[in-house]
Structures are given as structure tokens and as C-alpha cells.
Write a protein that binds this ligand. Sequence first.
Ligand SMILES: Nc1ncnc2c1ncn2[C@@H]1O[C@H](COP(=O)(O)OP(=O)(O)OP(=O)(O)O)[C@@H](O)[C@H]1O
Length: 465
Amino acid sequence: VNMSMLSRNILQIIGSLVIMFVLDPALTGVLLSVVPIVSLGAVQYGYMVKNLRQKFQDRLADASTTAEEALSSIRTVRMFTSEKKTSQHYGSDIDKSYQVGKKLALVQGGFDGVIGIIAYGAIVLVLWYGGKLVNEKQLSPGILTSFLLYTLQVAMSFAMLSSLYGDFMQAVGASIRIFDLMDRKPEIPIEGGSQIVDMEGSVEFQDVYFTYPSRPDTQVLKGVSFKVEPGQVVALVGPSGGGKSTIVNMIERFYDPESGWIRLGGNDLSTLDPQWFRQQISMVSQEPTLFACSIKDNISYGKDCTLEEVVEAAKQANAHNFIMGFEEQYDTLVGERGVRLSGGQKQRVAIARALIMNPSILLLDEATSALDAESEHLVQEAIDHAMKGRTVIVIAHRLSTVRNANVVAVVDKGKIVEQGTHEELLAQDGVYKRLVLRQLMAGATNGLDFNINNDKDDSNGHLLD
Ligand SMILES: Nc1ncnc2c1ncn2[C@@H]1O[C@H](COP(=O)(O)OP(=O)(O)OP(=O)(O)O)[C@@H](O)[C@H]1O
């Protein structure tokens, strides 16, 4: 619609000006003398409108983020009785967008006013100058009347064009961010690279240094080296913030190391096709993210598969029985981020989702949140099952997991400070031994087993804290 209006108005202006020039070149020249000033003004106006619209869009996005965050975490908002504070926060965000919107409206209204003055000014100019020419008998009243009608036509088309121009510059301002985002090239490619047939599931870190781009002054990994042979289990333990999750995330190549190498099956991770190698790896995190769809769709999230395959994976993950207990069974909707499932149920659905991919490498972040004994047992059984025959890198919080691991790596301040089997590390009389002793003492005092989840002294719920 705008394109047809644009071309129609441009043609009307050109056509009218040609006829006006034929009618009286001198009078047309006088009229056209305002064109350079109007053009300059229009450029300035366009620039202002574009910038203000971009700002307006950014402020609106801030407000939407606040609302989205608060609504999706409404339980936390209620829990901390932060309704008033959150709505004030949203109100202040909206107020900021309102202030920019007000400026935008003023600039737009101002420009429309100026264009109106110029259009009517042109008519007055034609009347004044044309009247003078008629008086001096240089122009007939009929020609002046025709000229005036064409001037009106040009003025109206011009006003229409200026409004289209304003809309266009607003659209440019509003879409700058979208085009910026669309033009962004991820530093780590999404696909492309080698796919190795029958790749061994070994994982190796060699002298890996890493700093998060958002915190360039803090080096998080400072020369991490370890190797897990195919089918082996490595347990990462250590204090909170030591770098365990970072190590696990780097195996998924969410980030590239600053220096050093990460190898999968002996191949440099950066040479492998990310889409392909991520299919070989499954991750089960402490707080798995489920999607607001059915249990079946959540389990088959990474792979198109039949209901039979979904049921088989759910059985292996100890999830089948509780799913069959729901009225709609595998079609049960789990709600936003899985809120309609219990913590243990969510974890078992996430384990089934990981199992269905039949990964050669499993990344596990053992839950620190306390589950009841029955649920804990079911989740642990599912995890033990999932670990069989796979290379596993587990952020361990349970002493039983650490004991059974082939290698225990103690991660502290971005380094692996101790590495070996549970028995070897105990014999070393180092950080690991102190940790285990503390766990034993806490367990004895509390009358509980060594499960870190039950360690009341441990505010972060982490082994070694
Ligand atoms: N996305 C990020 N951007 C910037 N810094 C980060 C990011 N994620 C983690 N960090 C920082 O990196 C360091 C290591 O964090 P990491 O999550 O790897 O530790 P962790 O050993 O897994 O801790 P926890 O056991 O508490 O989960 C911390 O100091 C943390 O603040």
C-alpha cells in the first residue's frame, strides 16, 4: 500500500511541476526555491525519528523483559512478596518508554506542522507573486488559477510523502536491532566440520585456559588437563565456583578455550561438526529444562522417534510408572518449564530424553536439591542405568558416585588440584581426604549417610565446600 501511495504521489508531483513549468517557468522557479531547505530539514528529521524510534523500541524491550521474567517466575515473586516492587520496576520501565514516545510524537507533530506551514506558504507565495504578475499584466488570471490548483496538488502530495517518509524512518529505527541480530554470526559455527564414523567416546582436556567473554578480567580455567577413556567415569568434585560446570559446558563447545585443546575421540573439538558431535553427547543437569509440551514430546525432543522408543527410554529412566499414573499418560502436558511435575519426575523425564539419543558421552550434574528417599532412589537407579557402557563426566555430589568413578578430579580455582581414584586420593592426605573426612563427620553428627544433600554444614550443597 505504501509503495503504491509513494509512486502515485511522486508521479503527481512530477506531472504537476511539468505542467506548472509549461504554464509559467518563472513562478515555478520561485516555488522550487524552497526545495533545498525542505530537503535539509527532512534529512535531519528522518535521523531524529529513526534514533528516537530505536530508543523507544529498546525501552519497550526492557519493560517486556521485566514483565516476562516476573510472570514466568511468579512463584518467586509471591514468595518474596515482591509484587509491588516488581510492578514499580515495570512501571518505571514503561515510563521510560513513554518519555521517549512523547519526544517522538513531538518531533513528528512538529515536522508535520512545519510541512503544513511550508505547503500553505507555497500557496501564499504563488498567490502573492502570481498576483503581482497579473497586476503587471505578465500573467492572465486563468493561468494563475490553474497554477494555483497545481500548487495545491503538489502541496497535498508533498504532505502525504512526508508522512510516508516519517513512517519509513520509524520502521528503520524499529528494525535496526532485528537486523543487527539477524546479521550476527555466532563465533562457534552451528554446523560444518568433520563427522567421524565410529568415533571412540574418549574426552581429553589438555592445558585448557578459559575466560568468559562477559567477564574478561577473570580467568576461570587455568590449565585444566585430564583424560577419560571410552566407557570410563570421571567425577568432578570441588568447591562452588571452582569451574566444574564450565568444564562440562566446554565439552558441548558452548565456548572455545582461550588456549589448549579439547579432544573427543582424539579429534580436536573445533574440527568436528557441532551438530553431529552434540548428537553423540547428552547432558542431564541438576535442574533440567523441560518445555511446555507433552511428556512424549519432551522425551523425543532431540530426535524424531516412535511412541515405543519413548516408552522404552522412559522405562529405563524409571519414569514409565509415574507417567502411566497420569490420566493422559504420555500426552500429559508438563506446563511451563515442567512446573506440573515434581523435581524427581522432571529429572527422570530429562534422563529419558538423554537416553533416547543413545549418546556415547554422558554429561551429568548430580542434583544437590533434596529429594525424598524413594524419589532419590529412583533417580539414582535411572542415572546408574544411563551411565552403563558410556563415557561419563559427572559433577558429583554423592560419595557413592565418587567411589565408583574411574577417576576423581578435584577442581579448585580453575585448576585440577588432585586427580586419581577415590582410594589413591584418600591415601594422599590432601584436599580430597579432608573433604571426605568432613563428609563422614557431618554424616555421623547428623545421623545421615554420606550424601552431600544431607550435609547441613554445607550451605552450597557441594562436596569440598
Ligand atoms: N556465563 C558466565 N559468565 C561469566 N562468568 C561465569 C559464567 N558462568 C560461570 N561464571 C563464573 O565462572 C566461575 C566458575 O563457575 P562454574 O559454574 O564453572 O563453577 P562450578 O564449580 O560449577 O560451581 P557450582 O558447583 O557452584 O555450580 C565462577 O566464578 C562463575 O562466577
